[in-house]
Design a protein around this ligand. Structure first.
Ligand code: ACO
Length: 322
């Protein structure tokens, strides 16, 4: 048995922060941000708007698209690095807000690769018959762990959520998923204060915020993504020319360009949201998928390659027929 995406949804908070707004906050320019990252604007959650709230909106849209109700959902997995609380896990908070009771609900942290990791797990549960209707979510409020005085990181991130409903199908569906991690690179992208690791000396907020060696990550990202897309195609005996769409993690237009070039894919076959939403970490891939499904570019039966890369370092891909 395979799993198939039965419906997609996404949501972003109302508040928009443009590059021009950021020019008033840190020493940067619209031109620098656009040329280095491709980002023009991003959405930021209000103080009383939590990751679970964004996720609930995305899940509701995905459930409507799949024509399923709360009573149908029997598995919930959420990729996020910015859960509402230490516990209960944000999966259970989303579950309660959606009026779903009893099914497993949990979150996992794999930074920007969180949705691909979550999709891979849900796919296995559907494939083994242990779940019949899974909600797979990527949701983040990265603005909460952004240092708004650090120009090298604060221009990059945004908030949002994306979700898909997965159901069993005799035909693929999700053809294969590929997950990777290399903890030797853990210090390249980190928020150094957590639960078990407590702040040293300085205020909690200093260590809590994202710190990134952007340039070094850039190089590892391009290499790792090149190798995982090749591995994914080879594993399935598929030629890159057969792909209809590349749906990449939206961290940086230059990383996306490099991956597309490797696949010989023209940019018209790459779904881009980075200009509107910035890097929304685990939310970015399902958000981009939903945007392209709703505007009619991604159609039933088409072959999609999803990929993501993030802190950990973690990376992964999914090949699927939509
Ligand atoms: N405005 C103006 N100048 C800036 C800004 C800014 N916002 N930020 C940095 N600069 C300056 C730097 O200080 C530096 O100046 P210097 O040469 O005088 O020292 C110069 O611009 C160049 O800085 P670089 O860091 O070399 O710029 P680069 O071209 O590498 O672009 C960027 C930076 C956009 C961060 C890029 O490296 C990148 O996107 N990296 C990958 C990010 C990523 O993929 N992260 C993983 C996923 S995120 C996650 O998992 C949560």
């Amino acid at each position: 048995m395979y799993s198939r995406i039965a419906g997609t949804g996404h949501y972003v908070p109302k508040k928009v922060l443009t590059n021009t707004d950021l020019e008033q906050m840190v020493d940067t320019t619209d031109e620098w941000i656009k040329s280095r990252s491709g980002i023009e604007r991003r959405h930021i959650a209000e103080a009383d708007e939590y990751t679970s709230d964004l996720a609930v909106q995305a899940c509701t849209a995905a459930m409507e698209a799949a024509a399923v109700g709360p009573e149908d959902i029997d598995f919930i997995v959420v990729g996020t690095t910015t859960p509402d609380l230490v516990f209960p896990n944000v999966g259970t908070i989303i579950q309660a807000k959606l009026g779903i009771y009893g099914c497993p609900a949990f979150s996992l942290e794999a930074a920007c690769s969180g949705f691909i990791y979550a999709l891979s797990i849900a796919d296995k549960f559907i494939g083994t018959g242990q779940a019949k209707c899974a909600l797979v979510v990527g949701a983040e409020t990265l603005s909460r762990i952004t240092d708004w005085s650090d120009r090298s990181t604060c221009v990059l991130f945004g908030d949002g959520a994306g979700a898909v409903v997965l159901k069993p199908d005799e035909d693929a569906g999700i053809i294969s998923t590929h997950l990777r991690a290399d903890g030797r690179y853990k210090d390249l992208l980190t928020a150094k204060t957590g639960v078990s690791v407590q702040p040293e000396g300085d205020a909690l907020s200093d260590g809590f915020n994202v710190q990134m060696a952007g340039n070094e990550i850039f190089k590892v990202a391009v290499k790792s993504l090149e190798s995982i897309v090749e591995e994914t195609l080879d594993a399935n005996g598929i030629d890159k020319s057969e792909l209809d769409w590349l749906i990449p993690h939206q961290a940086n237009i230059r990383i996306i360009n490099a991956t597309a070039k490797r696949l010989s894919m023209p940019m018209e076959k790459v779904i881009l949201t980075v200009q509107d939403y910035g890097n929304t970490s685990a939310a970015s891939v399902p958000m981009a998928l939903d945007v392209a499904v709703r505007d009619g570019r991604v159609k039933r039966g088409q072959l999609l390659l999803l990929e993501a890369f993030g802190g950990g370092l973690t990376w992964g891909s999914a090949l699927l027929r939509y």
